[in-house]
Design a protein around this ligand. Structure first.
Ligand code: CP3
Length: 341
């Protein structure tokens, strides 16, 4: 499986490619299935339909790996927090965590992870249908990113609620992060047992923290999850994606295999700091997909920096809903062609 080989830094016939948020609103076929499901959460809860949309980008745009169709927020949802996706606003938790009794009410550990059975069922169904040479990627949010949503109650520009807690009651924030981490460990282990070939940890809100705070409140929990998974499943590659911490790369370490480079971090810098130790993934600016010329420019540049070694092609964050499908296909075929040279 070339994707898995590439994750471990092995020679592959070309640099494999996939896209973050690859199943989504830019595909008319996705919109059809979502209409059938009623809403986004129903779709996540229906293994047959979730499996169908997981496979769509492999068939339609030709990526080398399928990422399981779900969302990072199903974890707090199954811990007991009511979740709604509000049109135009994104995800909303009606009753965010503000004090100890809110946290104590939530289900933890294996019990919460076992409630995500619809994700494991989606994985089983998808792995049965997916070509043997294509990889299936499972994922989770990092504890810091999940806790931010759980404490703020929704997306935020200022992070003021979670940061107020960080500065005024750091012990309590650590309690939240510990509880989420325990669920995440079991969640990833269950996904691997159900059949994913690779797992990715998304830390989308990493850039909200100053350097020391990042290592104290986020990275140490990611490292802990990574060591646990590596010990239990040494043959499953682990990808980490902390978005927006290009200035902290000197202190990044841990037992993962692939570092996802966001679009704001120069690829040359990531290669210099981390390229010897880790396989790098990314880092094309997602809006380049609006233009074939801009896409080609980035693919050529990334390929010339990475020399088609120890690299996985991907966007430097998620694909946007109004990207023309034709341009997404162009990106995938170009990445494969360029890296075969
Ligand atoms: O990539 C894939 O195809 C797999 C599925 C996937 C989704 N969300 C589906 C989704 C993955 C890997 C995610 C991860 C996710 N979800 C992250 C981490 C990655 C990142 O982008 O930083 C975060 C922060 C979330 C939280 C989340 N979920 C938000 C902020 C939103 C609203 C986004 C928007 O543009 O409105 C979602 C909803 C969501 N998750 C959609 C999809 C396809 C859109 C739902 C829809 O309207 O159909």
């Amino acid at each position: 499986m070339i994707f898995v080989d590439a994750c471990f830094g092995k020679e592959t016939p070309y640099t494999p490619v996939w896209m973050m948020r690859q199943a989504g609103r830019y595909l008319p076929e996705y919109m059809e299935v979502r209409k059938k499901a009623g809403n986004f959460l129903n779709l996540c809860h229906s293994p047959k339909l979730a499996s169908e949309v997981t496979l769509q980008p492999v068939d339609i745009v030709g990526v080398d790996a399928a990422i399981i169709f779900s969302d990072i927020l199903v974890v707090p949802n199954e811990m007991g927090m009511e979740l709604d996706f509000v049109k135009g606003e994104g995800p909303v938790f009606e009753k965010p965590i503000r004090e100890k009794k809110d946290l104590d009410k939530l289900i933890g550990g294996k019990e919460a992870a076992d409630k995500l059975d619809y994700v494991y069922e989606t994985i089983k169904l998808t792995r049965e249908k997916l070509d043997k040479d294509k990889a299936l990627i499972g994922f989770t949010g990092a504890p810091w990113t999940l806790a931010t949503y759980m404490i703020e109650g929704q997306g935020t520009k200022t992070y003021s609620v979670v940061k107020k807690m960080l500065y005024s009651n750091p012990q309590f924030l650590h309690e939240v992060l510990k509880k989420v981490s325990e669920v995440v460990k079991h969640y990833l282990a269950n996904q691997i047992r159900a059949g994913v070939d690779v797992v990715q940890i998304f830390d989308s809100w990493a850039a909200a923290l100053e350097k020391d705070a990042y290592f104290e409140f986020s990275w140490r929990y990611i490292k802990d999850i990574v060591s646990y998974i590596k010990k239990e499943f040494p043959n499953t590659p682990i990808i980490v994606f902390p978005k927006g911490i290009g200035a902290y790369l000197d202190d990044i370490d841990g037992d993962f295999d692939v570092f996802g480079v966001d679009w704001g971090t120069p690829m040359e810098l990531a290669k210099e700091k981390l390229g010897a130790k880790y396989v790098l993934q990314g880092n094309m600016e997602p809006c380049r997909l609006y233009s074939k010329v801009a896409t080609k420019e980035a693919v050529e540049k990334i390929s010339s920096i990475m020399q088609n070694k120890r690299h996985i092609f991907n966007l430097g964050h998620g694909i946007l809903p109004d990207v023309p499908v034709e341009n997404a296909k162009y990106f995938i075929s170009l990445a494969k062609e360029v890296t075969k040279r």
